[in-house]
Design a protein around this ligand. Structure first.
Ligand code: SF4
Length: 163
């Protein structure tokens, strides 16, 4: 009997918002598990790398809800500290730009360490939003802070609503 070569399956890594995979990482301690996301990962032979930028930045779970007051993730990254063109705050009014930038940088570091060029993120989160975010209670076009940093670094980012 001859040894048959083991068929090689090409598996590609992809960063995935941890809450979409069923991890209870949301500000309210809940998940946003998406069967469509899990089916997509299996169908496309993708290896998910779960990330939660807000937990990576050291925020607790549960934690205060956060949202943009003005601007979006790109503006937060571009903010030079002199003119505030973007602001993420917690529901108690605490400024969160620095914390969100910290989480974004750690996610980018994970992407580089795992040679990952793609991300599948949760829509409308102030960290992970891809097409829309919340400014106060209003849904507006824009990206989250981590999404902005990954796109600036050349990664492809899609949301669960693109599937
Ligand atoms: S920061 Fe991203 S991964 Fe973490 S709970 Fe919010 S949407 Fe999910």
């Amino acid at each position: 009997m001859t040894d048959q070569p083991i068929p090689s399956i090409k598996l590609k890594p992809i960063l995935v918002s941890a809450c979409l995979l069923g991890l209870p990482t949301r500000y309210d301690g809940k998940t946003k598990r998406s069967q469509a996301v899990i089916d997509y990962l299996q169908r496309e032979n993708l290896v998910p790398i779960p990330v939660c930028p807000e937990q990576l930045a050291g925020m607790t779970t549960p934690r205060d809800k956060t949202f943009f007051v003005c601007g979006d993730g790109y503006d937060v990254l571009a903010d030079n500290g002199q003119v505030i063109s973007a602001q993420v705050i917690s529901e108690k009014g605490r400024p969160m730009n620095a914390v969100f930038c910290k989480g974004a940088k750690l996610v980018l570091q994970i992407a580089r360490l795992s040679d990952c060029r793609h991300a599948l993120f949760k829509e409308r989160s102030p960290s992970c939003g891809v097409h829309e975010i919340y400014q106060e209670d209003e849904r507006v076009p824009g990206v989250g802070v981590t999404t902005a940093l990954l796109i600036n670094a050349g990664l492809d980012v899609i949301s669960e609503e693109d599937l």
